[in-house]
Design a protein around this ligand. Structure first.
Ligand code: DHB
Length: 492
């Protein structure tokens, strides 16, 4: 009997020794459960699930501040990790199970380790306190990445090959994670949460329709849609639209962007650039067999041409790609009546109001989701742009200005040259080297300039960017997964 007890104690001790505890956080590789996922084609994917792994020492919200890890058969310490955030609408997101129909199921099928972190958001609340206002969701995602690095040796998957994937507000967070890796601006807050003392940069960011650059999104939206019949018909919104539209040229010029070929992008040629990008979108779809209706504003060549216009996937191209077979008449899109196209987009789904994002109080309109993002822990919502605050006769509090800064990836790109930091502190900051950015060609949730500026700024700063307005896509993500995983395979 005593022998049995001794043996049981010994076994228990051995098992215990397998639970790894570091910096007040723990991971036990023996705690996995065997599960499976049936894919749309009937294939059954088997994996080991490790769930409910709390990623901070000082947990403020037990419902969200943990992550789940899914390890497919055959994964090793060098397997890349797809980290999928299900953040939408800037709300709190649960750590879910992988889904057969999105990038998580596909990633398991491709052999990737899948990590799904929970994170707080504008609506998360405990004991009467809103605990997820900006930049808390970003801090949670950073803490999750640090946790993966802390247990990189004990956990299958390579924490140096993390790909973060998100859609919409989730796409904005993917961009933030990609742009702000290890940045000292977040350090104190992460320390206070009890996040692991580890790096939080990632290898690649996959951003579907990122709702980002929030303090410039209103002006971009009105600059784009001001001429549509929707705006022109609205006696109420038009004056606001006109004022916001006028602010956009200064912003564009302040960015000092260059196009894919290195030519300066200014307020004078920005519409041309957009036209080219939308033509590239439609031409890419047309080359793949899509029918592009000529009612949308596109014009087509009438004669046979020998070469193809450069379809730039985000890389510099010295020579236009040539087609092996001579194209047929009308195969090339040579022009776009952009007003007609924008009217078409606005016809597929009514435009947002004006201002599209910082709505609160302007024309007595109610608060938007974004007004809540920057609001207080008491549940209040606030203005976050100078324009809307001015309209309401108030100044932006410093705290709001600081949080808006921390929530905009544009502020963290191009500030340090890749691999060449200025000071020791700055040099820790690491932007993800690889970026995949998609925004639907009929997505009106934010203006087309927002994802395009993000992509160009990254490209101009030396990072590898694959950008496209995805033809005929509305506001959505995790589509064209063959293309995405092909790209991922290439960069790994
Ligand atoms: C999302 C969509 C929006 O239009 C917006 O303003 C914020 C977030 C979303 O789908 O996540």
């Amino acid at each position: 009997m005593t022998k049995k007890i001794l043996l049981a104690t010994l076994i228990a001790l051995l098992l215990c020794a397998c639970s790894h505890n570091k910096q007040g956080l723990s991971f036990n590789p023996n705690n996995g459960t065997q599960e499976e996922l049936t894919m749309p084609d009937g294939q059954v994917i088997k994996y080991t699930a490790y769930e409910h792994l709390y990623y901070v020492k000082h947990i403020e919200d037990t419902a969200y501040q943990y992550l789940n890890v899914y390890v497919p058969e055959g994964a090793s310490s060098s397997t890349p990790i797809l980290l999928r955030t299900y953040i939408g609408g800037y709300m709190a997101a649960k750590a879910r199970k992988p889904q057969a129909g999105d990038a998580t199921g596909r990633a398991l099928k491709e052999g990737y380790v899948v990590v799904i972190p929970g994170s707080r958001g504008r609506n998360s609340m405990q004991d009467g306190t809103y605990n997820g206002r900006a930049p808390k969701a970003l801090l949670d995602l950073k803490a999750a990445i640090r946790f993966l690095r802390l247990f990189d040796r004990e956990m299958p998957g390579n924490a140096e090959r993390i790909v973060i994937d998100g859609t919409s507000a989730g796409g904005a967070f993917a961009a933030l994670i990609g742009a702000t890796g290890n940045h000292p601006a977040y350090e104190e807050m992460l320390k206070a949460m009890g996040a692991a003392k580890k790096a939080d940069d990632v290898f690649a960011a996959v951003c579907f329709c990122p709702i980002t650059d929030l303090e410039h999104a209103d002006m971009a939206y009105e600059w784009l849609y001001n001429g549509t019949s929707s705006r022109q018909r609205s006696a109420q919104l038009l004056p606001i639209s006109n004022q916001l539209k006028e602010q956009f040229p200064n912003y564009i010029n302040s960015l000092n962007l260059k196009d894919w070929n290195g030519n300066p992008v200014t307020s004078d040629n920005y519409l041309d650039l957009l036209r080219k990008e939308l033509i590239r979108s439609a031409q890419t779809a047309k080359n793949a067999g899509a029918d592009i209706s000529d009612t949308l504003g596109f014009s087509f060549n009438q004669e046979t041409m020998g070469g193809m216009p450069p379809l730039n996937g985000g890389k510099k191209q010295s020579k236009p790609m040539m087609r092996p077979i001579a194209p047929q008449q009308g195969e090339y899109i040579i022009g776009l009546d952009i007003q007609r196209y924008l009217n078409y987009v606005a016809g597929t789904q009514p435009l947002k109001t004006a201002p599209a994002f910082d709505t609160k109080g302007v024309l007595n309109q109610p608060a938007s989701a974004e007004n809540e993002v920057f609001g207080g822990s008491d549940g209040t919502s606030v203005n976050f742009t100078v324009f809307s605050a001015y309209n309401n006769g108030i100044d932006l509090p410093k705290e709001v200005v600081d949080n808006v800064y921390l929530m905009n990836p544009m502020n963290f790109i191009g500030t340090v040259e890749p691999s060449k930091g200025k000071s020791k502190k700055e040099s820790k900051h690491k932007v993800a080297p690889f970026w995949y950015i998609r925004h639907g060609a009929r997505d009106r949730d934010t203006g087309f300039p927002i994802p395009l500026n993000l992509a160009l700024k990254l490209h101009n700063s030396g990072y590898n960017v694959n950008f496209l307005f995805a033809w005929n896509r509305p506001h959505s993500g995790d589509y064209a997964l063959d293309e995405l995983f092909n790209w991922l395979g290439g960069i790994m």
